[in-house]
Every structure is written in structure tokens, then in C-alpha cells.
Design a binder for this molecule. Structure first.
Ligand SMILES: Cc1cc2nc3c(=O)[nH]c(=O)nc-3n(C[C@H](O)[C@H](O)[C@H](O)COP(=O)(O)OP(=O)(O)OC[C@H]3O[C@@H](n4cnc5c(N)ncnc54)[C@H](O)[C@@H]3O)c2cc1C
Length: 450
């Protein structure tokens, strides 16, 4: 085990970056956490706040591919494609289709559950040290189905969870309403995952951890990185909106904005952003006990300390495509039917960029090009859930400890084949440049989860 303490700069202060910075600091490294926003104000701000320890089902499954035509026709459905932007999405889509093969889904679910099994334990350490245990509670999560067909489609996913050792309880309609009396009597099936944990508000968790980082000597800097300067052996400085910042060890934790840095420092990354929305209902007029997931419309309805949050939809689109809040407003209409008496009075709206890889697995590890660069991004629908364990794994690598699980499934080199197979040659006028995202306004909505 290495005892030399190096200076780390963690670029990106979302759930992943903050937890990584804290784990590095715990090992005695001096750490600077750098973000253009205050900690936790990126995608980690407005998610559904669930630590989903049984979320081992990837987004790409054979069933999802079969459902595409039906979803495209449904105005409330979770899938929309803006066809004119299809070319720029090809690498992601090719990866998505291949990830949906039955055998690959099995492999991915094993890799997901392997890391999910450490998710809560990794949070417990950080939350206890921050005095923030009361910001989470073991609430479970309840999938509810109005239509038998929706349940039938989801059943193989729940069976896959069982196969991976996740506790999954089937509920009859009357049992559903015992667990959650606020539900309308319109559901034919329910599925309860008792081990899931909810945060009282996900931003409060990241902010509390960031405060603890600062209290313990970590440095937080609010700057935007424009370029990364290179020397012979790797990156030497961050060129920010405020000047030049010398670096030693660098962790890339910039969520959906990581593609550019990954290409410069590590390798090809078909990362795209799935935008998601929330509506926050501060005066909901009803009590909700358990976080709900609509199995028909695939979004979450989650009680938080400041109201009820409706969170979901998945739009694969560019980083600067304007939000479409009509999607979020649709969630309210559906939620009012699910929860009689629900009020949307004084609601607020939010859009965030999920950092999504085609195979739903994050990228965690050391750069294959530069030993001083660490990669911690691509957590898609699970960045809150996997934030702490990612931090722990990066700290293990940085300190020369053997991680508690194999990191091979999360290696960025798994995407090299997309480039080798010439997918990029299918993409007309695509350049590897920072302005790539700005040039493509494509949007594809993909299903499942929130
Ligand atoms: C509607 C919705 C619901 C969700 N629900 C859940 C859930 O219940 N559970 C769950 O686990 N996950 C959920 N997710 C996913 C989760 O929110 C994300 O995976 C997670 O927030 C990603 O964290 P991150 O730290 O990688 O990225 P972010 O939180 O986006 O942090 C990245 C940071 O990098 C900074 N940055 C980027 N580029 C630069 C630069 N050049 N210079 C300086 N700073 C930079 C950004 O400002 C940002 O703060 C949900 C997502 C959405 C949209």
C-alpha cells in the first residue's frame, strides 16, 4: 500500500465528486474540489433521491427494444426521437442496441449488483462522519402497475433482481393500499423492494457531505474549467475562467460533461446525456409514506422533507438543448390520478442531465493513458446511489489498496470497439471537439426508471 500523499484535484462536485473528494481526504491526501457551481447543484440537485440498492436492471433490455414503436406513439410514453439528430446519436444507439442482448443484460446486471452491494455501506461511513444520518431512511420503494400488461413487461426485470439476490416482494391490490393508503384503487399489481433507501432531499445530502469535506480541511473552489494543459507525462494544469491552476493527480467527475475530458485523457466514450425532469410539489395536500415508481409511466413519486417530488422521463439529448417542461407537467396529470387529492400548487420545475453510457455501467478506474488521471463518471440513472461507493473505489486505487470488487466491468476501454468497428465513420461531419455537443441538438427518450 502506498503511503505517499499526493495532491488530488477532483473536477466536478456532484454526488460522485463530493464523495470521491471525501474518501480521498479520509486517506490523508490534500484535496481540491472544483466546480463551476456550488457542490450538488448539477444533476445531483434534483434527482428522485433514492439509493436504489437493487437497481441491477440496465436500461437497455430486449423488452425495451421491442417496446420502442409503442412508446413512440404514446404521448405520455417515455420515448421520443428527434430524427434529424439521429446521426450524432449513432455510437450511443449502437452501444445501446448491443447492450440489450439477453446475454449481455445478464452480465451487466451482475456487474451492477456487484457495485450496488457496496453502495449503502459506503454512504454510511460518510454520513456518520458528517453527522447526517438523519438525511436518509430505509423506506423501500414500491412499483405500482395499473395495467396488467405493464406488469407482465416488467416481471422479467423483477425476476432478474431476485436472481441477483435482491429482496423483491409481490403485492396484491389490497396489500398495496395497506402499505401506501394514499394510492387510488386503480392498481392491479405492486412490487416492493424493502431494502431501498431514500434521502429526505438529495441536494441536502451532497451539501452536507461537502460541508464536512470543507470542515476537515478540503478546499472547495468555484471555477469553470475551459481547457486542460498537457505535459509529456499527462495533464499539468487546469485553465479555468479565473486563471491557471497547477495539478498533480486529477479525478474527472464531471457527470454528463465528461465526454470531452475522457477523450482527451483516457479514451473513446459514447456518453450521452439523458435529460430528466422533476416537479416539486411543496403543498401536496396529501401524505405519502413510501417512494412510489409508476410501472406504467416510469417515473418516481417521492416524499421529501420539502414536499412530494415527481421525477423522471429520460430524454437522450444534447447538453444545451432547451428544456421541454411540458414533459414534466404531464407527470402531474398522471400523479393526480394515482394519488387522489394531490395538489400541484406552487410547484417548481427542474431539468437535469443524466450522464448515461449505453450499457448503464459507470466508468470507474484509472485512465489507461495517464496514471495520474482517475475516471468517475457515467452513472446514468444511479449517480446518487453509486456516489459513495465510487468515491471509495477511487480512493482504494489512489492509495494502492485492493478494491473489494473487480473494476474490470467499469473500464473505459470497453467502448473502444465502437470506435474500432467504424461506427464513427457512419456519423457524417462528426468532429472530436468541445463544440460537438453544441452542434447536435438530437434527442431520444429512453425508458425505465426515473
Ligand atoms: C429526474 C432524475 C431522477 C433521478 N433519480 C435518481 C435516483 O433516485 N437515484 C439515483 O441514484 N440517481 C438518480 N438520478 C441520476 C443522478 O441524479 C445522476 O446520475 C447523478 O446526479 C450524477 O452525478 P454526478 O456527480 O456524476 O454529476 P453532476 O451532479 O451533474 O455533477 C457534475 C458536476 O460537474 C460540473 N462540471 C461539469 N463541467 C465542468 C467544468 N468544465 N468546469 C467545472 N465544473 C464542471 C457540473 O457543474 C456539475 O456540478 C436521477 C436523475 C434525474 C435527471
Amino acid at each position: 500500500m502506498s503511503t505517499t500523499k499526493k495532491h488530488f484535484t477532483v473536477l466536478g462536485a456532484g454526488a460522485v465528486g463530493v464523495c470521491t473528494a471525501l474518501y480521498l481526504l479520509r486517506d490523508g491526501h490534500p484535496v481540491t474540489l472544483l466546480d463551476r457551481l456550488p457542490p450538488g447543484k448539477g444533476c445531483s440537485f434534483g434527482n428522485a433521491g433514492l439509493i436504489q440498492t437493487g437497481a441491477c436492471v440496465p436500461i437497455a433490455t430486449p423488452g425495451v427494444l421491442r417496446d420502442v414503436p409503442r412508446m413512440l406513439l404514446d404521448p405520455d410514453g417515455p420515448l421520443v426521437i428527434r430524427w434529424q439528430h439521429l446521426p450524432s446519436l449513432l455510437p450511443y444507439l449502437l452501444g445501446f442496441v448491443l447492450a440489450a442482448r439477453a446475454r449481455r443484460v445478464e452480465e451487466i446486471s451482475v456487474a451492477l449488483q456487484a457495485i450496488l452491494n457496496h453502495a449503502m455501506e459506503a454512504y454510511r461511513v460518510l454520513l456518520a462522519e458528517a453527522g447526517a444520518n438523519d438525511l436518509v431512511r430505509r423506506s423501500g420503494e414500491l412499483y405500482v402497475y395499473e395495467r396488467q400488461a405493464s406488469y407482465d413487461r416488467a416481471k422479467p426485470w423483477h425476476d432478474l433482481r431476485r436472481k441477483r439476490g435482491v429482496e423483491v416482494v409481490d403485492l396484491a391490490p389490497e396489500e398495496l393500499r395497506q402499505l401506501e393508503p394514499a394510492l387510488a384503487p386503480i392498481f392491479c399489481k405492486g412490487v416492493y423492494l424493502p431494502d431501498s433507501v431514500q434521502t429526505l432531499n438529495p441536494y441536502m445530502v451532497t451539501a452536507a457531505l461537502a460541508e464536512n469535506f470543507a470542515r476537515n480541511g478540503g478546499e472547495i473552489v468555484q471555477e469553470e474549467v475551459r481547457e486542460i494543459a498537457m505535459g509529456a507525462g499527462g495533464p499539468t494544469a487546469l485553465l479555468t475562467d479565473k486563471g491557471r491552476r497547477k495539478i498533480d493527480q486529477l479525478v474527472i467527475a464531471t457527470g454528463a460533461f465528461s465526454k470531452r475530458w475522457a477523450r482527451q485523457l483516457a479514451g473513446y466514450l459514447p456518453l450521452d446525456t439523458e435529460r430528466g425532469y422533476h416537479l416539486m410539489l411543496p403543498r401536496p395536500n396529501i401524505d405519502l409514506r413510501v417512494p412510489l415508481l409508476s410501472g406504467d409511466y416510469r417515473f418516481g413519486l417521492v416524499p421529501m422533507v420539502d414536499g412530494i417530488r415527481l421525477a423522471g422521463t429520460a430524454e437522450l439529448a444534447t447538453l444545451d438543448a432547451p428544456p421541454r417542461y411540458a414533459r414534466a407537467e404531464r407527470l402531474l396529470k398522471i400523479a393526480e390520478r394515482m394519488l387522489p387529492g394531490l395538489s400541484g400548487e406552487a410547484r417548481t420545475r427542474w431539468m437535469g442531465h443524466r450522464p448515461s453510457t449505453p450499457d448503464s455501467l459507470p466508468v470507474i478506474g484509472r485512465s489507461p493513458r495517464f496514471a495520474s488521471v482517475y475516471l468517475a463518471f457515467g452513472h446514468g440513472h444511479l449517480g446518487l446511489t453509486l456516489g459513495a461507493v465510487t468515491g471509495r473505489l477511487i480512493a482504494d486505487l489512489a492509495s494502492g489498496r485492493i478494491p473489494p470488487l473487480s473494476l474490470a466491468p467499469y473500464d473505459i476501454r470497453r467502448f473502444g470497439w465502437i470506435r474500432r468497428e467504424g461506427c464513427r465513420s457512419l456519423v457524417p461531419r462528426t468532429r472530436s471537439s468541445p463544440s460537438l455537443e453544441r452542434e447536435t441538438g438530437g434527442e431520444l427518450r429512453v425508458p425505465e426508471g426515473h
